[in-house]
Design a protein around this ligand. Structure first.
Ligand code: PLP
Length: 386
């Protein structure tokens, strides 16, 4: 048997026994549902990112999980941050981040939020259209800007190019326009879509971006920052195939080195990759019945809660139990008075009883972040940071 240290969470790679003993010990002291966030796993993912992409500075996209414990941990570890609104910006600053370590990466910003960035000295912003440049020039002259381009999101679970990104052949025009308006054109950004399993998206986007860098350099407007966005995938299921971050990163790194000048600074905006593996959601069965020829189990967290990612993030999870033995086709549902609050119609799980635990790993991103607190009076899952 491997030694496990579930109590302090120092062991960044918990096996099934480690996770189960951690759950058994926490459930004695805390009411379910609860979401365990493991700092050791946050650190491990950040180290993985830095090891595989050493030239790329990660700006953690806090929308994936804005919990204080997560932000504070990443500040301690020296991470930078990607924020999408003045409130996210203030949140990161309030925990002690330097404004120079923040990128305001929502391409559409309200005048008030732009003014807030100016006051708080958050200088790096993204944009993807001409009207936004006029807005920026008016409310934040001298701001440093990256043009976000539209890139392929093929095979990504969450499509982001439907709503964002300038046509790549317009990018240079927009950067020149930015300069004419008194802004400082710094470079290019893209997002290949979230949970992007297809490395080609990154490679093609890098090629498109390098062309813009070359065009700008040729015109005497050299660019300095290449922002490769987020989208880095994680495994939501044990032994999931088709996801190999190490190999993906190696290909991205090789291409970056081959097509960009040495003095270009690379940054990225990982969200899911840094925080997803750190979360374990623990729920309990609060009711059971037999319907449609299968066992139905009602859990105390659902679609309106920490499983909100099943809707907004198009995510699927692996439901696990502490029971062993013969498995039966079962359905899992959340606690609210809404049939839509159904988590799965076909799980193969052992027979469960009221009070039994159902838990899900790798649920740290886009879970509590997008939950609706107290719908139907059900409180949000308690957060336990270890
Ligand atoms: C959502 C988002 C991210 C984070 O994406 P992940 O897929 O979680 O890595 C980064 N940048 C921008 C602009 C985003 O909208």
């Amino acid at each position: 048997m491997k030694q496990q240290k579930p109590r302090n969470g120092n062991n960044s790679c918990l096996g099934v026994h480690g996770i189960e003993s951690l759950i058994r010990s926490l459930i004695k002291r805390h009411k379910t549902p609860f979401l365990i966030i493991r700092r050791a796993a946050l650190k491990k993912q950040l180290e993985r990112f830095r090891r595989c992409l050493p030239e790329v500075t990660p700006y953690y996209a806090i929308k994936a999980n804005p919990l204080p414990g997560v932000i504070k941990t990443f500040i301690k570890l020296g991470t930078s941050f990607d924020v999408a609104s003045a409130n996210e910006m203030k949140r990161v600053l309030s925990f002690g981040s330097s404004p120079s370590r923040i990128i305001f990466a929502n391409t559409i910003k309200t005048p008030e939020d732009i003014t807030c960035a100016k006051r708080r000295r958050v200088r790096l912003l993204t944009f993807d259209n001409e009207p936004e440049l006029y807005k920026l020039a008016k409310h934040y002259p001298g701001a440093h800007v990256l043009v976000r381009i539209k890139v392929a999101n093929t095979g990504s679970v969450v499509e982001l190019s439907l709503k964002f990104g300038a046509e790549p052949d317009q990018a240079f025009f927009l950067l020149r326009k930015a300069k004419a308006l008194g802004l400082v054109p710094m470079g290019v950004s893209f997002h290949v879509g979230s949970q992007s399993k297809n490395v080609e998206n990154y490679l093609q986007a890098l090629e498109l971006s390098a062309n813009i860098f070359n065009e700008a350099k040729g015109a005497g407007l050299p660019l300095k920052i290449m922002d490769i966005g987020g989208g880095f995938p994680i495994e939501h299921f044990d032994n999931e195939i088709g996801i190999n971050f190490e190999r993906m990163a190696a290909q991205i790194r090789q291409r970056m080195k081959a097509i960009f000048d040495r003095n270009v600074k690379f940054i990225a905006e990982p969200g899911r990759f840094l925080v997803g593996p750190a979360g374990i959601l623990v729920t309990q069965v609060i009711g059971r019945t037999f319907r449609n020829n299968k066992n139905y189990y009602y859990l105390n967290d659902g679609i309106y809660g920490d499983f909100s990612g099943m809707i907004f993030d198009h995510c699927r999870y692996e439901f696990k139990t502490l029971r062993r033995g013969q498995k039966f086709l079962s359905a899992l549902a959340g606690p609210t008075c809404d049939s839509f609050d159904t988590l799965s119609m076909n799980e193969e799980i052992p027979e469960l009883y009221v009070g039994d635990v159902v838990y899900v790993k790798n649920i740290g991103a886009y879970s509590c972040a997008s939950a609706v607190p107290n719908f139907n009076g059900f409180p949000p899952a308690k957060i336990i940071t270890i």
